[in-house]
Ligand binder design. Structure first.
Ligand code: FAQ
Length: 310
């Protein structure tokens, strides 16, 4: 790559300028952004599934309405992110093909089952909280289309967060059975939540280059720490316990100590062998197959006219 162009590109990034789709960029910057934005888009679309199954069972009309709006937002976020990734040259069809063939990754956390209503509440509150920590930081990054998508996403996620918090407060103030239900969900989701921010910095493959080019604005450990800082007090305030006896903040450094989550489990889950990976991808495959005629009809309007009326 031309060293002069690379230098000019890095100088723009250092000045805080946004890189736009038609600007020159190193091939690695393009590849890294496609990888990250595509995985993010897939996470939104797959993330709609565990909560989506709770729409019909959400307790009461208002909860159903709010959850339906939230799930719809998540799918909309995927659309925004696929569009941002497309500006870098990979088509939406290629991305969907890579998702359903198992080639592309998506967030570990959506490969766990949402057995109870409290699981759906955990996702709406704490998974969204984790997503916001990450997205607020990266919205200040260097690639224009991704940052603009993230800004819009964060605005919508802040509604999800309030909705999720409200759901959990309601359970916390409820019967012993309701409290136990959330505690049990928290116990099961805590480790996947710790995994959510990615491997420990010393094991992270991409952080160094992504931070250099301001795609990632904080390391995985820094994001995990910020999440713990903001949400551990809120969880404890509601009278729940966190299933990690080592969890404590070092008041001197502001750094949280915790039991290292099982990184072997993390690897298994992101490589396709988690409790729900097969089910999640199968749902997407079915949706892809069912919608194929619509996409074909859109591409070829004449095909619609020649279709026999049902
Ligand atoms: N899950 O070198 P690093 C949401 C992979 S949106 C799966 O540290 P990087 C909204 C990583 O891809 C949630 N895989 O990677 C919602 C790489 O594999 P590769 C998604 C993971 O990119 C809420 C390898 O491990 N958010 O929740 C994970 O520097 C509620 C090495 O890792 C985003 O995608 C993981 N957790 O940092 C929806 C935000 N972590 O590609 C519905 C954008 C790592 O070499 C309901 N992404 N890996 O094969 C990012 O900020 C970054 O990509 C990280 C990972 C921080 C996720």
């Amino acid at each position: 790559e031309d060293p002069g162009r690379l230098q000019a590109f890095e100088a723009r990034i250092a000045l805080g300028e946004k890189i736009e789709p038609t600007d020159w960029m190193p091939a690695l910057y393009r590849r890294q952004l496609i990888r990250m934005i595509e995985q993010h888009a897939h996470s939104e679309i797959i993330g709609a599934l565990p909560e989506g199954t709770w729409i019909t069972r959400a307790p009461g009309f208002k909860r159903k309405l709010s959850l339906m709006a939230k799930v719809q937002d998540e799918v909309g976020h995927a659309q925004l992110l696929y569009s941002a990734a497309e500006t870098l040259g990979k088509t939406r069809e290629e991305m969907i093909t890579d998702l359903i063939s198992g080639k592309s990754k998506y967030s570990n956390i959506f490969n766990y089952p949402a057995y109870t209503w409290a699981d759906a509440c955990f996702i709406s509150w704490l998974v969204d909280a984790g997503a916001i920590v990450n997205q607020l930081a990266n919205a200040k990054g260097s690639y224009g289309p991704y940052c603009r998508a993230l800004e819009r996403i964060c605005a919508e996620e802040s509604f999800h967060l309030k909705y999720g918090h409200h759901c959990v407060i309601y359970l916390a103030a409820g019967t012993p059975q309701q409290r136990a239900m959330f505690q049990e969900a928290l116990n099961r989701w805590w480790q996947p939540m710790m995994h959510f921010f990615g491997p420990a910095d010393k094991l992270s493959d991409h952080t160094r280059i992504l931070m250099k080019w301001k795609v990632k604005m904080a390391t995985n450990d820094a994001m995990r720490n910020q999440f713990l800082d903001m949400y551990v007090p809120k969880i404890l305030e509601l009278g729940f316990t966190i299933p990690d006896p080592k969890l404590a903040k070092n008041p001197g450094t502001g750094v949280w100590n915790y039991t290292e989550p099982d990184w072997e489990e993390f690897k298994r889950v992101i490589q396709g062998d988690g409790p729900c990976n097969r089910e999640r991808l199968e749902v997407r495959r079915i949706a892809e197959a069912r919608g194929r005629w619509v996409r074909e009809a859109l591409r070829s309007p004449r095909a619609v006219y020649s279709m026999p009326l049902a």
